[in-house]
Design a binder for this molecule. Sequence first.
Ligand SMILES: Cc1cc2nc3c(=O)[nH]c(=O)nc-3n(C[C@H](O)[C@H](O)[C@H](O)COP(=O)(O)OP(=O)(O)OC[C@H]3O[C@@H](n4cnc5c(N)ncnc54)[C@H](O)[C@@H]3O)c2cc1C
Length: 437
Amino acid sequence: MRHIAVIGSGPAGYYTAEAAQKAFGDDVRVDIIDRMPVPFGLIRTGVAPDHQSIKGVSRRYEATALTETVRFVGNVTVGQDVTIAELRELYDAVVLATGAPADRPLDIPGSDLPGVVGSAAFVGWYNGHPDFAGLAPPLVGPGAVVIGNGNVALDVARILAKSQDELAASDIVNHAFRALERAGIDTVTLLGRRGPHQIAMTPKELGELGHLARATPVVEPGDLPPTDEDAALEPGQRKSVTHLRDYAATGPDTAKPVRVVFDFFAMPVAIKGEGRAERVIVERTALDAEGRATGTGETYAIPAHLVVSCIGYRTPPIDGVPYDARAGRFANDEGRILPGLYAVGWARRGPSGTIGTNRPDGFAIVEKIAEDIGEGSGKLGRPALDALLAARTVDVVTFRDWQNIDSAEVAAARDGAPREKFVAVDAMLGAARTPTT
Ligand SMILES: Cc1cc2nc3c(=O)[nH]c(=O)nc-3n(C[C@H](O)[C@H](O)[C@H](O)COP(=O)(O)OP(=O)(O)OC[C@H]3O[C@@H](n4cnc5c(N)ncnc54)[C@H](O)[C@@H]3O)c2cc1C
C-alpha cells in the first residue's frame, strides 16, 4: 500500500489525487489536507463569483473525493497543526499543493496607505475567504485604480463595475454585495505598464466588458499599434486585442454611468494622500527594443481611494521545505523537492495558467512518485495521522462534514444566488456538525 499526503485541496491537489487513483488503483490511500474547513482552494475563493460555470469544475473533484482511496482532511494547517517532518515520517510521498496565496508586494512609496490592497485580499473579501472577511475596502468614489493587465485585474474591475442586478445571481458574499450597492465608484482605471499587445487577458473575459449593464470600456485609439502588427500575435491574444480595437473604434457608451478605463503605458510610481490613499502618481512609459517598459519622465495623478494591485502572488514558506525566495515558491526540480517531498500546481510553478493547467501537473508528479516510491515502504499513513491530530485536539473536517456546510450555504442563498458562503471558520465548523439532510 502507498500512502500519499497532498497538502491543499485546490485544483492541483485534486488532480494529483485523481492521477494517483488512476495510477495505483486500490493500492493507494491519499489524504488531501487543507487548512480551511472547506475544499477547492481558489475555485471557491479566487474564481470570480459571477463565473459560476467555471466553479462547476469542483463537481468533478467530488467524484474523486467520495471514494475509499481519497479523503479530505480539512481544518488542518500544515506547518502548525502538523509539521512537514511528521508527515514525511507517516507517508511515502508528501505533495505540497498549497498554491500561492500571498500578494506580491507593490513596492512603491505609499503602498502601505489605507485603501491600498492586494488582489488576494480584495478577491478574498468579495469571495468570502475567512482571512479577508474583515477587510472593509473603501469603496468611495469617484475613482478606483486597479494595477495590472491580467485576468485577475479584469475580474476586480468587472466586479466593481457591475450593477446589483448583474451580481445578484452570483455567489458574491453578502458583505461585499451590500458594500458595492452603497459604493460611489464611477471610474475604474486599469493600469498597464506596457501596451495592448502585452496584456495577459483572455478574449472571453475581455469581451464580457463590452456587455455590462451600467459600465462601458474606454480604450484610447492612439495606444493601439498598427493593425497589421496583430498578425504576429498568437490567435487568442489576437482575439483579445481585437476586443480592445472594437472598444477604441466604438468609443465609450456615454449613456452608461461607469467607465472602465484602460490606461496603457502607465507605471504607478507612488500613492499619495493624507492618512489614506487619495491619488496614484503614474509615469508614462515607452517600450524599449526588448519590449520592456521604461519611464519617460512624464507623470500625472489619478484620483483613487481604492487601489487594488493585481501583480502576482507568492507561496509562503513552510518550515522544513527548501524555498526559492527570489521566485517566491518552493525550491524544486520539476516538482521534486527532497526525497518523498514534492510540489505541484502554483506552489511548484508559480501563479500562472488556468485551472486546467494543473491537471497535467498532477499527473506528471504522480509519475515521479511512482518512480520514486515503488510499492510503498510500510509507512503508517492515515491511522497514524488521525491519532496525532486527535492527541492535539484538532477539529478535523471530513468531506461529509463539508457537504453539511455546502447544504447550509445553499439553503442560505439570497433569491437567485447559488449559495451564501460562511465567512468565518467557527460558523463553518458549526455547520459542519449540523446535518441538513
Ligand atoms: C483571482 C483569481 C481568479 C482566477 N480565475 C480563474 C478562472 O476564471 N479560470 C481559471 O481557469 N483559472 C482561474 N484562476 C487560476 C486558478 O484558480 C489556479 O490555476 C488554481 O487555483 C491553482 O491551483 P492550486 O491547487 O495550485 O492552488 P489553490 O487553488 O490556491 O489551492 C491551494 C490550497 O492549499 C491550501 N493551503 C495553503 N497552505 C496550506 C497549509 N499550510 N496547510 C494546509 N493547506 C494549505 C489552501 O487553503 C488552498 O485550499 C484564478 C486565480 C485567481 C487568483
